[in-house]
Design a protein around this ligand. Structure first.
Ligand code: FAD
Ligand code: N01
Length: 531
């Protein structure tokens, strides 16, 4: 690795975002260095190796589209790719474009300070390296800062504690163990059915019941794949016209247009088809509480049908709005609670009271365990950025700029932090859309912006405060129209004690967002100061 200290651009993070950013900037002739905390590429798919981990956006759509050759040559084997298969794909991409040569692994960026005198970023890493770059691009991920709740008595537990978001690279042998899992979000819901098969006993500690719909995962049908690949560009273009950048059929505008019988039929059809399209049976499901109740009741009824024990079924039945927390996609989740070796413990009243030497204590009862799995999620969207000491103009720390919640222009730039870009940052559709096209759209926009600056002779770009305020107020207005902002989800930061409550992603839809980004660029980067 070349130990240069001056680059045109530094990229932080080597998941899908950092990899594609590197590819684009290198192609433009920029000198680029990427820093990655992990020992290899992949981001989410490098860290989340827990049993059962896989994507819930269909593989044919959860993949890059920037190179027709790449999307034609890669063969996915299943409807939803497993974590190991996604890593194989990532490795294939890295080899095809020789990406690893410009990536420094096992290295965390700890500081990024903007030096106004010379208009560049001073970057420091945890191994003491210092370098400078004109552009600093944060590809640090929305779900990469693992939430590790500070459970009382954590140190006293004599067994092992694992986090789904930082699963050991070498794997964990859980066979014949007494395992406890804390949390019932997507990670837990994917892993519980798999873990239950090999362990002696599995105890699930549930604070809030969650909705899950079946994945109906299966091997991909070669004829279907051929059909998509024959018109891949058109398929991708159509996906970009949907609110979430995910191509699937959206049903009628309102649930009121159907009779009760038709509604049940429509939801049954989607339940049998499987996956996230369930929530698109009616376009008003996240806008109208009655429409939402119909969808929620359908799933509640399914839980009662699947789970044999009535009391367990009741506990597993979510009370809140469906789709407010991210809808989970499962393979045999509810069925798992019919197994004799699986126990559900309700911790909704007071959470985990404490860990103790032999396990978990809830009230006076101790659950004896060999292993505790914390499937407790992430400090989403802002966590990874705030873990770095980022300072903009006049030395303003990002922590201070964001003390009332994240503010950004289009989720990609921050006023007062010139030449800094955040890929899929708060204020962009990011996590409520298919992330791969969201990443590509941001990377393309940033690349074109840098190219524009170079062609016009600009050295610095900075979002203007008024443009940022206007965007953020629009982000809030559209969030307020949706039921999505009404519950205690990680989208609003509610899972992290003390985090300001703000609906972080932009919910106005992928097409409206992409149009706005295009208009800003076409107008010579409207809302930015360039010099
Ligand atoms: P990441 O993949 O998170 O990569 C960020 C990288 O930055 C990490 O490797 C991290 O180590 C590194 N980093 C962070 N801070 C620093 C620092 N200071 N210094 C150096 N390196 C740093 N999205 C979908 O659209 N569909 C799905 O089906 C889907 N499934 C998911 C399943 C799981 C289990 C999880 C956790 C997320 C899933 N997501 C899904 C979201 C997923 O995060 C994105 O799809 C995508 O992988 C994000 O890529 P990224 O490059 O932006 O970020
Ligand atoms: O995390 P989560 P996740 N004490 O935050 C509980 C993506 N993803 O890793 O609901 C006790 O959703 C918490 O309880 P509550 C996807 O975007 C996708 O599962 O806050 N419990 C909750 O049950 C997803 O949304 C896939 O009351 C505590 C759970 O832990 C995102 O990543 C797979 C607690 C955390 O759920 C995050 O999912 C995996 C505490 N102190 C992830 N703190 C796919 O399927 C938290 N909990 C593609």
């Amino acid at each position: 690795m070349n130990k240069k200290t001056k680059y045109d651009a530094v990229i932080v993070g080597a998941g899908f975002a950092g990899m594609y950013m590197l590819f684009r900037l290198r192609k433009m002739g920029l000198s680029v260095s990427v820093f990655e905390a992990g020992a290899d590429l992949g981001g989410t798919w490098y860290w989340n190796r827990y049993p059962g981990a896989r994507c819930d956006v269909e593989s044919m759509q959860y993949s890059y589209q920037f190179d027709e050759e790449l999307q034609q040559e890669w063969e996915w084997s299943e409807r939803y790719a497993t974590q190991p298969e996604i890593l194989k794909y990532i490795d294939h991409v890295a080899k095809k474009y020789n990406l690893r040569s410009d990536i420094r692994f096992n290295t965390k960026v700890t500081k990024a300070f903007f030096d106004e005198k010379v208009n560049h970023w001073q970057i420091e890493t945890d191994d003491g390296e210092k370098l400078i770059a004109q552009y600093c691009i944060m590809a640090t991920g929305c779900l990469s800062s693992v939430n590790k709740p500070d459970f009382k008595g954590k140190e006293s537990f004599t067994g092992s504690i694992y986090y789904t978001g930082e699963w050991p690279q070498e794997g964990v042998d859980l066979s014949n163990k007494r395992v406890g899992i804390i949390g019932t979000g997507s990670s837990a819901i994917q892993s519980i059915p798999v873990i239950a098969k090999s362990v002696d006993e599995l105890t699930v500690f549930q604070r809030t019941a969650n909705y899950a719909v079946p994945a109906h995962n299966k091997p991909l049908d070669p004829d279907q794949v051929r059909k998509i690949k024959d018109n891949y560009a058109e398929f991708r273009a159509k996906a970009k016209l949907t609110p979430t950048g995910n191509l699937f059929e959206i049903g009628k505008d309102s649930v009121t247009l159907d009779s009760e019988e038709e509604r049940a039929k429509s939801y049954e059809k989607r339940w049998q088809a499987g996956g996230l399209p369930f929530l698109s049976a009616y376009a008003d499901v996240m806008l109208d509480s009655e429409s939402n109740r119909v969808a929620a009741d359908f799933v509640r009824e399914k839980i009662r049908e699947i789970v044999n024990d009535r009391a367990v079924a009741d506990l597993l039945t979510p009370k809140n709005i469906i789709g407010c927390k991210r809808l989970c996609v499962d393979t045999g989740y509810y069925e798992t609670f019919n197994k004799d070796n699986v126990k559900l413990v309700d911790i909704s009243a007071s959470g985990i009271d404490a860990l103790c030497e032999s396990g978990v204590r809830i009230g006076k009862k101790v659950y004896e365990l060999d292993v505790i799995i914390s499937a407790t999620g992430f400090d989403a969207m802002t966590g990874a950025l705030l873990n770095i000491d980022i300072r903009g103009k006049k030395g303003l720390p990002l922590k201070e700029k964001w003390n009332e919640g994240p503010k950004s222009y289009l989720g990609v730039a921050l006023a007062g932090f010139p030449n800094l870009f955040t890929i899929t940052g708060p204020g962009s559709p990011s996590v409520i859309s298919n992330m791969l096209p969201a990443i590509e759209q941001h990377v393309d926009w940033i690349t074109e912006c840098i190219s524009y600056m170079r062609n016009k002779g600009f050295a610095v770009i900075d979002a203007q405060t008024e443009a940022e305020e206007e965007w953020i107020s629009h982000v809030r207005d559209v969030a307020d129209m949706s039921l999505r902002s009404t519950c205690n989800s990680w989208y609003v930061g509610a899972n992290i004690p003390g985090k300001p409550r703000i609906y972080m992603p932009y919910i106005g839809g992928v097409p409206a967002y992409a149009k706005k980004c295009k208009e800003v660029a076409s107008a010579g980067y409207k809302g930015f100061a360039l010099n």
